[in-house]
Design a protein around this ligand. Structure first.
Ligand code: NZQ
Ligand code: ZN
Length: 395
């Protein structure tokens, strides 16, 4: 098990830490670009608190508002232009994963002369991988993506129906200011989607990674169990700060690289979901909740052992043997039932998506990312037909 791990983001975590925003941003300059979504931060009063903290520290604020869920490349272009015009020296994301991802790419785009879409990995011949970006500060208002403390970003191009990612060290936020109080206004459905996203980040590495990773397995199971336990509480009572804090922490851990270090697996469920989202503009984790159980049933046939372990350790089932497929499938049924119980869709029909474009989703997914044999990296690697069968089973 050879691997390297580095995550340079400074994490400041806890209820009330948003008051430190001005002081924190002041370390990087005096002109901040504040990237926000469709207005939730204004309705909740969080925007006013952030601006006050920045103003108190003598920082002028320029805003790039209106970043859409499944953030679009046109918002990135707009934000980068504002950052350049206003000579911003720090980019602050205040919002969910969409605002954070847009902010990260804006920070790199502000220092790149080409079109930012060239930086997004979407199957093009030449990808521009930036090595520099303006300093980024993330202030998440929703626990879900883990974008606050990783170097990835997912951007959509509505002209081409593509949704894909960039991932490179210069996108690591300098600071993640994570204040669970900012998430109390998140509605029940988005809270539930967040829980699903957190769990799916962990299951991807758990099921697709290499063998012999017992510590990572226990980390992953801990994140899953806590996301389930505290997620239920946060959904039941959105004002429960302890529950919000636990879910927020799970969100960070699920995708800051530590839990899955050395597992070296693919992210097939995410890759397929991103393509579906590119065409249908659905909520990311609603797509995951539909695709993940179906993918699990496909993958369990090839590797029942890991799914038996999941069923036993997460749901307390007892396999008759280490490769007891019935036990594996029962655990997957229970997982799907949990997602349903918290309010996630588990079939495409619930989102009014029929099977018309399934082959397109499959071919596009493989076009964007494939191994040397033309398959989607996963365990087992997936052909176009495999993707179609997983999606058909989720209709
Ligand atoms: O846009 P506003 O008005 O802010 O409302 C948002 C949006 O409608 C709302 N919301 C956010 N915080 C709120 C709130 N409503 C009330 N109170 C608050 N405190 O929630 C809705 C969804 O927001 P969004 O940012 O789109 O959600 P999420 O955090 O789930 O981010 C999803 C995006 O992140 C990408 C997804 O693909 C998707 O584009 N991902 C990014 C990853 C990364 N960078 O590492 C990994 C993930 O797997 C994922 O792919
Ligand atoms: Zn995700």
């Amino acid at each position: 098990m050879n691997f390297e791990f580095q995550n340079p983001t400074r994490l400041i975590f806890g209820a009330g830490v948003i008051s430190q925003l001005g002081k924190t941003a002041g370390t990087f300059g005096t002109h901040a670009l504040l990237v926000t979504g469709g207005g939730s931060v204004k309705r909740s009063g969080v925007f006013a608190r952030a601006v006050k903290s920045l103003a108190d520290a003598g920082i002028s604020v320029h805003e790039c508002e209106g970043v859409e869920p499944n953030p679009k490349i046109k918002s990135v272009r707009r934000g980068a232009q504002i950052a350049r015009d206003e000579k911003c020296d720090v980019v602050i994301a205040l919002g969910g994963g969409s605002a954070m991802d847009a902010a990260k790419v804006i920070a790199a785009a502000a220092m790149f002369d080409g079109d930012p879409w060239e930086m997004i990995f979407h199957g093009q011949k030449k990808v521009h991988i930036p090595t520099q970006a303006l300093p980024i500060i993330t202030v998440p208002t929703l626990a879900a993506t883990g974008s606050e403390m990783n170097c990835g970003a997912v951007i959509s191009n509505e002209d081409t129906c593509e949704k894909s990612f960039m991932q490179t060290p210069c996108l690591y936020p300098k600071v993640a200011l994570v204040d669970p109080e900012l998430t109390v206004s998140v509605p029940k459905n988005q809270t539930a989607y967040g829980v699903c996203d957190i769990i799916t980040h962990v299951t991807e590495a758990y099921f697709n990674g290499v063998d012999g990773t017992p510590i990572q397995d226990r980390f992953a199971e801990g994140v899953i169990l806590n996301a389930m336990e505290w997620g239920l509480k946060a959904i039941a009572d959105g004002a429960d700060i302890e529950a919000r804090s636990q879910v927020q922490y799970a969100s960070i851990l699920a995708l800051n690289g530590w839990v899955n270090s050395g597992t070296n697996g693919g992210y097939p469920v995410h890759m397929i979901e991103h393509t579906v989202s590119g065409f249908e503009d659905i909520t990311h984790a609603a797509g995951l909740a539909i695709i993940n159980p179906s993918w699990m049933r496909f993958a369990a046939k090839h590797r029942p052992q890991k799914f038996v372990q999941f069923s036993e350790r997460i749901f307390g089932l007892e396999g008759k043997s280490t490769d007891d497929l019935d036990c594996a499938l029962q655990g997957i049924d229970k997982f799907e039932a949990f997602l349903k119980d918290i309010g996630c869709p588990t079939r495409f029909s619930e989102l009014n998506i029929d099977g018309t474009r399934i082959s397109k989703y499959a071919s596009e997914t493989i076009r964007i990312i494939h191994d040397e044999n033309g398959k989607l990296p996963a365990r087992p690697p997936m052909s176009e037909e495999d993707i179609v069968s997983v999606l058909k089973a989720a209709l």
